[in-house]
Design a protein around this ligand. Structure first.
Ligand code: SAM
Length: 267
């Protein structure tokens, strides 16, 4: 059964690779009309690349949650990266999105989403909207409401516009320092932090619901960090699971700096 499945995958990949090679030859020469608008052809090529990305770099590396795989197959990552990066949109690596920031590697996006163990009716908080891609993946999980905070005003604005134009209605965007969370909508069933602080922000711990899951890279800025999954027990303590080494951009802003220097809550 497993072998047959693998063989089918190979045939599918071969067909998709052939299509990807043949597609440009099917475009009309300049000045003639085409039955398929150029953007549709482009979308089809990107869909093929997305499928290959999911099979080769996400399923093969152990992501099994079907809802996460479906989300990764659905969200058009090429529309979340700058135009000059689109050809690289389905490679398994982070890409620059301006302002010294990056859109995370697809495998890490899938892993962190799976680790959140989302359920219908869950409210999830993301710190670090960036391009909005991770927020879109979260919003593809049925029945989940997404709250996302970005500290760089220009990124917050462009992500909000992008998510709106793509029709994501269950995503609530805010510009600000995510260190403090979003108390008005707390408690959250899940919290995902996509920039790395050097300690776990206490406001986020406070805003995590009982039984809630937090996935967060913690470690020194500019270096490697540890990806942690925390589960909040009924007594308020966090149960910690080490998910391995990662490399994220640092969590910035006054919250992380002041708490490092003066502790939390502030004196
Ligand atoms: N999740 C993003 C995506 O899908 O494109 C990628 C996140 S990028 C690796 C990290 C983001 O966190 C950057 O956009 C950065 O500006 C943002 N960030 C850093 N410190 C922050 C803070 N204190 N509050 C909110 N966002 C912050």
């Amino acid at each position: 059964m497993f072998r047959r499945h693998t063989a089918l995958n190979h045939i599918l990949l071969l067909v998709m690779a052939l299509l990807a090679v043949l597609t440009p030859a099917c475009t009309s020469p300049p000045g003639t009309s085409s039955t398929v608008p150029a953007s549709d052809e482009e979308a089809a090529v990107f869909a093929q690349q997305r499928e290959i990305m999911v099979i080769e770099t996400i399923e093969k590396r152990g992501i099994t949650d079907e809802r996460v795989l479906k989300a990764m197959r659905t969200v058009p990552r090429h529309l979340f990266v700058p135009e000059d990066q689109r050809d690289h949109a389905y490679g398994d690596y982070p890409l620059p999105i301006g302002y010294g920031q990056t859109i995370s590697q697809p495998y890490i996006v899938a892993l962190m989403t799976q680790l959140l163990e989302l359920k219908e009716g869950d409210r999830v908080l993301e710190i670090g909207t960036g391009s909005g891609y991770q927020a879109a993946i979260l919003a593809e999980i049925p029945g989940v409401d997404v709250y996302t905070i970005e500290i760089i005003p220009a990124l917050a604005r462009s992500a909000r516009e992008r998510l709106e134009s793509l029709g994501y209605k269950s995503i609530h965007c805010k510009e600000g320092d995510g260190y403090y969370g979003w108390p008005e909508y707390a408690p959250f069933d899940a919290i995902i932090v996509t920039a790395a602080p050097d300690h776990v922000p206490q406001p986020l711990v406070d805003q995590l619901a009982e039984g809630g899951r937090m996935v967060i890279p913690v470690g020194p800025p500019g270096g490697y960090q540890t990806l942690w999954k925390f589960v909040k027990r009924p007594d308020g303590e966090l149960q910690a699971f080490n998910m391995g080494g990662v490399a994220f951009v640092p969590l910035t802003g006054s919250g992380v700096k002041e708490s490092r220097e003066h502790g939390w809550p502030p004196p």
